[in-house]
Design a protein around this ligand. Sequence first.
Ligand code: BGC
Length: 812
Amino acid sequence: MKYGHFDDATREYVITNPQTPFPWINYLGNKDFFSLISNTAGGYSFYKDAKFRRLNRYRYNNVPMDDGGRYFYINDGENIWNPGWKPSKTELDSYECRHGMNYTKIKGEKNGISAEVLFFVPLNTWAEIQKVTLSNTSNEVKKFKFFSYNEWALWNAASDMENFQRNFSTGEVEIEDSVIYHKTEYRERRNHFAYYSVNTNIQGFDTDRETFVGLYNSHANPQVVSAGKPTNSHAHGWSPIASHYIEVELQPGESKDLVFVLGYVENDEDDKWESKGIINKTKAKEVLERFNTAQKVDAALAELKAYWDTILNVFTIDSGDDRLDRQVNIWNQYQCMITFNFSRSASYFESGIGRGMGFRDSNQDLLGFVHQAPKRARQRVIDIASTQFLDGGCYHQYQPLTKRGNNEVGGGFNDDPMWLILGVTSYIKESGDFTILDEMVPFDNDESLAQSMFNHLTISFNHVINNLGPNKLPLIGRADWNDCLNLNCFSNDPNESFQTTENNSEGSKAESLMIAGLFVYYGRDYIELCKLLGKSEEAARAQNEVDTMVKSIKENGWDGQWFLRAYDFYGNKIGSKENEEGKIFIESNGWCTMAKIGNDEGMCKKALDAVKERLDTKYGIVLNNPAYTKYHIEMGEISTYPAGYKENAGIFCHNNPWIMIGETELGRGDIAYDYYTKISPAFIEDIQELHKTEPYVYSQMIAGKDAFKPGEAKNSWLTGTAAWNYAAITQHILGIKPAFKGLEINPCIPKKWDGFKVKRKFRGYTLNIDVKNPNHVSKGVKQISIDDNVIIGDLIPVLEKNKEYAVKVVMG
Ligand code: BGC
């Protein structure tokens, strides 16, 4: 069964049945002010930080699912219904939800009244706009009652959900004309408030939840809506809400637009008040003025669309296969922007309370985002590096509001530093801007400790070699990329966090082959960078360290048919044929083959063949095999998941591209592309009922072959899968790869392809790349010409700006 379809011309996913297998959401806003919105208008908004500046209340894992959002109710005298079907669930005559690039349109129709709501956050605006278009599609006059509804969160989303002894007494609102202001705690330590307005006169309002909904009712049947009469309630404590009441009359064929604005304002400390107890609303009024007509709103939407045109114009493919084109040109890039903005903080699987921005996650997210907005990427990588410690270790997470490291989680994840090299080099390769290396960047946010970004990279590189174990392989610390392989945790206490507990770190020998591969891979980038900067001594030193690591991997990290995953606390092997469970893992085999370690000796081919044989499934590549079936205290969280889920033999999509990239290094384009299509949303649209999560984005996990329901996905949207798959397809399969000195072109594609065309904007000029594959090979570039001039090698050097070039590539 299908619940919707892609509309490539409008870059929308169109949902035609509101009862999707899970709420299918979208993200509004792309800087500072954000909202999550489901296909039935559930969700919430926040300013910068989903934990500390939450505007509206959202109850996670609720019954029913996804209850709470921005709801509009229509009471036509006969029926009470919502344009998005929920929460009243009154059957609609028609329903459609269109999720587009940072906007969503939901339209419902019932008994001759149609209500369409456009939701978006205009560029550079701290507000969500909701433009409601009400139309009379019948032949008779329609009179009905229209109610809006929004429930305020008392700012800190965590305490909002637990500190009721205080919260039930603090709520405060102000009402002026058609605007309801939420000003809880504004008097004391907050200089910010929120507001919800409509651009028309209202005939009433409510601001107290219990009065509006009724203590024994639900969102499905609020008593004020059923009664068809507002009470003009004024909230004092308890749970403040904002609801407008509007009486509407429409002639046959007539339409009417209403513009609602849900906004956020910050005032200066000495400019907080208009008069005693009355908040200064000047800034809110400015925003309301900007969006007080439907025309102004439409113009702002057009601006947003134009913004996305420029973002999505940087890399466009014409492959002849709609699925690949929509994936590469639209949805994968869109998801990359979202992961850049949110890291792993706010989705329908991430509460927005627990995790801020991840050090490793955000660096990897840059890989898929940097071409879209290099300046923002530059700032991000500086923010991330500022949370590094002087010894090269890093805070594992930081809060987006304060940009400070999160003490509760701390550091000690030994893969973290190497991802900074990825972040910085990706930025330079895309932009050609080497000046970032001279930026003075603090350590632990302490400006007095600032050193150049280049030094941060050296210190990151050194962190690995300063922390080697008995096999001369990198010590894993708390965990490497696989957060659930906790080799020093040894926890018997269910109240301990696997990630932050180290019951047994003293004298630990636990080592990671994944960090080893990562070190070789990005160590080489570091070396190249040193050479470009004329730092030949440092380059030689680093080369020596990388060579030594390669040697250690070959000597101590090879299991005969594949690469080991790790050594545990006691020095025992993990991911070895000697193990009963978890004989082989994906991560080390990905990174070591990406880095071509032991390629000449046939190690890479053997390892990837073993991955194919043991880990590949119909729905993607599982993380390890056989799955763990009992708790291994010395391995931690990985063995706590039932077999086939998450890091225990689930298809953890983030790491599948590492194998795809490894395959492209071997030149096996058919296998690489087959892996790509197995998890790529546009290619698996037909199994949306089984897959369950949004068919337009990647999910973090798909249940593996040992699971109860193989193929069922979870944790959609916020996953490094987006960035890595974008890198795998564009840089390694299509083979168009930014490099320090230009753009490399070296595709590795399925043999049957005749070729493909890509338009790539790069460093201020445009390349129209036409790849032909007359001999049907997977890899190998016979000739490249730029405007008919043949070049030597596969690097398109840096060209003159503001020009277009025709690049012809012949494979063979
Ligand atoms: C985390 C990543 C981690 C991955 C694998 C994700 O949920 O955000 O930091 O690398 O899981 O454990």
